[in-house]
Design a protein around this ligand. Structure first.
Ligand SMILES: NC(=O)c1ccc[n+]([C@@H]2O[C@H](COP(=O)([O-])OP(=O)(O)OC[C@H]3O[C@@H](n4cnc5c(N)ncnc54)[C@H](O)[C@@H]3O)[C@@H](O)[C@H]2O)c1
Length: 331
């Protein structure tokens, strides 16, 4: 089972997510001046769910905050600049979203970002552990497959680790899968739901097309191309931006969608499901993305098709598809 979301005591778990502040979420964005941070902050400022938005970065936050603060929505906005202002940015937060760090350039993998972003995420999450240990922490910074374990270790070191409150934001993979399936089938993307499990890099991204709603079927060659496109969609954007960064606008949309789902669940809404990369006992991997019924439990996936398993990184000698199918995904 994957974190306390997976345990059967639904009511108790719902309490662990609950906040007294209905539609009153205090949200911090760390890395708020960046390509993702700015549009993400705009979407959060535009939401009636958010009452306080605190924006942190090592550059430009006074300007970003001043700009956003003129928008006629209820969330107050304040900018914080540099490490000495970080504690004040975090105090009292319900949710912290972290898109701080460097993005990919053409030819780079997400793992190439590790050295720089690992340090940034470790520093920022240490401040979260100290100044808002109860907040939900949503990590966007890549490589997510590594920045989540790093965050867990930082929280453990500070003695405030709660795996239910640390999320790797993989929502963009789901958003892309929904969009690409809808394009191919002539459907409304808003009505397409594709679970995407595993991790957030290349072949660790496993779109479970067989569990798409509505049900969709593809010829094998089209399915192969579709899965490959979802797995490499980030690289598609990196190449198209030709050195000017990676996905920012679609990521801001996806990050905001995840935060809104989280806040909905914190406000007691039932049946909110999002995939996220979290501490997991669903497979041999200590961290894994599966659908989460937020506030209650991990949703178990049904059987993967052999093709889906084969397209994943798990088709190695050690972790063959049959084993994955048997142990991990049979309900
Ligand atoms: N999870 C996903 O699906 C996904 C998708 C796209 C991008 N990303 C990742 O998100 C991250 C940010 O991407 P971007 O395009 O916004 O990059 P960006 O360079 O445009 O912005 C990053 C921001 O982080 C800030 N920053 C750097 N060091 C910091 C520190 N120590 N404290 C606070 N802020 C700091 C920078 O000043 C900058 O404003 C990258 O790691 C990228 O790979 C993740």
């Amino acid at each position: 089972m994957l974190s306390a979301f997976a345990r059967p005591a639904g009511a108790a778990l719902r309490r662990s997510l609950s906040t007294s502040a209905q539609n009153n979420a205090k949200v911090a964005v760390l890395g708020a001046s960046g390509g993702i941070g700015q549009p993400l902050s705009l979407l959060l400022k535009n939401s009636p769910l958010v009452s306080r938005l605190t924006l942190y970065d090592i550059a430009h936050t006074p300007g970003v905050a001043a700009d956003l603060s003129h928008i006629e929505t209820r969330a107050t906005v304040k900018g914080y600049l540099g490490p000495e202002q970080l504690p004040d940015c975090l105090k009292g937060c319900d949710v912290v979203v972290i898109p701080a760090g460097v993005p990919r350039k053409p030819g780079m993998t997400r793992d190439d970002l590790f050295n720089t972003n690992a340090t940034i995420v470790a520093t920022l999450t240490a401040a979260c552990a100290q100044h808002c240990p109860e907040a939900m922490v949503c990590i966007i910074s890549n490589p997510v497959n590594s920045t989540i374990p790093i965050t867990a270790e930082v929280f453990k070191k500070h003695g405030v680790y709660n795996p239910d409150k640390i999320f790797g934001v993989t929502t963009l993979d789901i958003v892309r899968a929904n969009t690409f399936v809808a394009e191919l089938k002539g459907l409304d993307p808003a009505r397409v739901h594709v679970p995407v499990i595993g991790g957030h890099a290349g072949k660790t991204i496993i779109p479970v097309i067989s569990q798409c709603t509505p049900k969709v079927d593809f010829p094998q060659d089209q399915l192969t191309t579709l899965i490959g496109r979802i797995q490499e969609a980030g690289t598609e954007v990196v190449k198209a931006k030709a050195g000017a960064g990676s996905a920012t606008l679609s990521m801001a949309y996806a990050g905001a969608r995840f935060v809104f789902s989280l806040v909905d669940a914190m406000n007691g809404k039932e049946g909110v499901v999002e995939c996220s990369f979290v501490k997991s006992q669903e497979t041999d991997c200590p961290y894994f993305s599966t659908p989460l019924l937020l506030g209650v439990r991990i949703l178990r996936l049904g059987r993967l098709t052999v093709e889906e398993a084969e397209f994943s990184v798990f088709t190695t000698q050690e972790r063959g598809p049959a084993r994955l199918l048997q142990i991990s995904f049979v309900q």
